[in-house]
Design a protein around this ligand. Structure first.
Ligand code: PEP
Ligand code: MN
Length: 264
């Protein structure tokens, strides 16, 4: 069902208030790796507004490699974020880690993110298939393109057609970068599926100094949007600071993304 053999016309994700993710457009989603505090949310929202960015990412439930690392503000953090985002007209993209969170998060979420560690959590995918809100599925850490499409098939066949695919880098033998952003996946996914494709250069390369280049490469590869991490002081971010842009870099990147897209 997610294949172009089934449906040729590109799928549009309409989040309301004129915010769409779709073929022929360029979605920009930016925000911190983790939601940290009210002050931090306010600062990010101001930055997004200044740069005409309408979708904010951020984790309140964080899948961390170490159980001792910061694991997010949870539902209370999401509620606080929702209030501030609502006021500012900003859409919320955040990770859902388990089935029981789907319902409690529902009123506050615009796009449920399925993280790379959960791409093959088939129970979670089944349940998200029953929801009438958009879902962005990230490619598994060691997942193939075909496996990503099959994960999407779980949600789509469950009845939820509001799906977005995200290339976020895969684990290879290369250790010079955190992950290897597989730009090949972009044109291949676009050719195989009618679903919008988003690129995450932050997790894709994992090194702040190269995020901009890889974001623009993603645009040129044919992505329908870019999702990246930004924070007022990346060095102080609770998670993923090493791959997070400061607001100056983020503002420049948002501008370059749009200009590169116009040239494409
Ligand atoms: C994130 O978006 O911060 C995240 C944890 O992503 P991924 O699941 O791609 O590692
Ligand atoms: Mn992150």
């Amino acid at each position: 069902l997610v294949s172009k053999k089934w449906k040729v016309a590109p799928t549009t994700i309409d989040l309301g208030d004129g915010v769409c993710i779709k073929d022929g457009d360029m979605a920009v989603i930016a925000g911190p790796c983790s939601i940290e505090s009210e002050e931090q949310i306010r600062k990010v929202i101001n930055h997004l507004k200044e740069n005409n960015i309408k979708m904010m990412r951020g984790g309140v439930f964080k899948p961390r490699s170490s159980p001792y690392a910061f694991r997010g503000l949870g539902l209370d953090g999401l509620k606080l974020w929702y209030e501030l985002a609502q006021e500012a007209g900003i859409k919320i993209v955040t990770e859902v880690m388990q089935v029981s969170q789907i319902e409690e998060m529902y009123p506050y979420v615009d796009i449920y993110q399925v993280g790379a560690r959960n791409t093959q959590n088939f129970n979670l995918l089944d349940e998200l298939g029953k929801v009438d809100k958009a879902v962005m599925i990230k490619r598994g850490i060691s997942g193939t393109i075909e496996e990503l499409l099959q994960s999407a098939e779980y949600v789509f066949s469950g009845g939820n057609e509001k799906l977005i695919l995200c290339e976020r880098g895969i684990r290879t033998y290369e250790r010079a970068s955190r992950n290897t952003l597989d730009l090949n996946a972009v044109p291949i996914l676009k050719a195989k599926s009618h679903l919008p494709v988003i690129v995450d250069p932050s997790h894709g390369i994992g090194l702040r100094e190269y995020v901009t280049q890889m974001a623009l490469a993603g645009v040129m590869a044919g992505a329908d949007g870019i999702i990246y991490e930004t924070h007022e002081i990346p060095e102080k971010a609770y998670s993923d600071g090493q791959q997070t842009l400061d607001f100056t870099q983020s503002g420049m990147l948002a501008d370059w993304i749009r200009r590169t897209f116009e040239m494409r």
